[in-house]
Design a protein around this ligand. Structure first.
Ligand code: NAG
Ligand code: NAG
Ligand code: NAG
Ligand code: NAG
Length: 281
């Protein structure tokens, strides 16, 4: 890793309160096992520079962070602005690859489903919730005929079925939550889909963080809905520098009195999410 890369890594490591993975699908009011129905993602990789990574002054594990502590952050490690242009943005790191060990959950259209973040301990702290501010979005893409869902790379048309934005100018509805719940539109055409969850932490300077995972689902129901006119493609629809995904300089203000440590100059309610409008069936 270059010195610049290392400094950026250190800054991201220490600035970030935490990273998270939506590893549990919630269906029939039951939280399923981690990665039972959610495609596994690979760990973020990086090279530790000679001399190791220095710890924060006063860290309980001495002046250097042990590798085991860091490794636990590598699977929930987010993707950043540049990754929006890659296939990893579809379902998480490498989760566009065939995923034969992932189950397919029967889900009834019209019912509530959700995702719960994986709980883990790293850097002497437990992480079990959505620890960043920002919007949540959910998408569905129907598998084409002639291929198994487990083999499908998700390179298709994604309809947006939910959006959770800010509640007020200084709170976001998902911040601090363990789960993101939403409804599968009742008239969704039955069949096998990838169900994509996304939580975005909009930041300046291309440091926006994307937390993305996909569950494999088989939707049961009466169908009858007319799919929306506008879909999203991943990659394709999101632009690195669109206002939804890149805060202008000066917009984000560090403020210890704010509920989450930062506020935005123009308030959160002005936020307009990326992608097409929500299809409710
Ligand atoms: C999400 O749904 C589950 C299952 O019904 C429920 O136990 C949980 O409280 C819900 N979470 C939130 C944040 O609403
Ligand atoms: C990925 O990180 C986890 C800890 O989060 C670790 O248990 C696992 O061995 C790592 N996988 C690889 C392939 O290094
Ligand atoms: C959810 O409940 C429906 C109706 O009982 C059932 O058919 C389906 O298999 C259940 N899904 C899971 C993942 O347990
Ligand atoms: C979320 O996790 C962070 C990091 O462990 C913790 O500081 C915070 O108290 C948790 N928030 C809630 C609402 O549980």
């Amino acid at each position: 890793m270059s010195l610049a890369g290392f400094l950026l890594f250190s800054a991201l490591l220490f600035r970030a309160r935490a990273h998270y993975n939506f590893a549990h699908l919630i269906v029939n009011n039951t939280v399923t096992k981690p990665y039972e129905y959610v495609r596994m993602v690979t760990n973020h990789t990086f090279t530790i520079p000679d001399g190791g990574l220095p710890a924060k002054p006063g860290a309980p594990y001495g002046n250097q962070i042990p590798w085991e502590e860091l490794e636990r952050l590598m699977r929930p490690w987010p993707q950043y602005s540049a990754d929006v242009l890659t296939a990893n943005h579809r379902c998480g790191r490498d989760a566009w690859r065939p995923s034969l060990s992932t189950g397919i959950a029967d889900v009834i259209a019209g019912e509530s489903v959700g995702f719960q973040v994986e709980s883990y301990v790293a850097l002497m702290q437990q992480y079990d919730n959505i620890t960043h501010i920002g919007p949540g979005l959910a998408y569905l893409a129907k598998k084409p005929d002639g291929i198994d869902l487990a083999q499908w790379d998700g390179d298709g048309d994604w309809m947006k079925i939910d959006y959770k934005g800010p509640d007020t100018d200084d709170t976001w509805s998902l911040f601090g939550q363990k789960q993101y719940n939403f409804t599968i539109p009742r008239s969704t055409p039955p069949g096998q889909y990838l169900l994509r969850v996304e939580h975005i932490n909009p930041s300046p300077k291309s440091e926006t963080e994307f937390y993305v995972n996909c569950a494999q689902v088989n939707i049961l129901g009466p169908g009858g809905g007319t799919p929306p006119k506008s879909f999203a493609r991943f990659p394709g629809t999101y632009k690195v520098d669109e206002p939804a995904l890149s805060l202008p300089d000066g917009e984000q203000i560090v403020d210890s009195k704010a509920r989450n440590g930062v506020r935005w100059l123009h308030g959160f309610l002005a936020y307009v999410p990326p992608g097409p409008t929500v299809w409710t069936g």
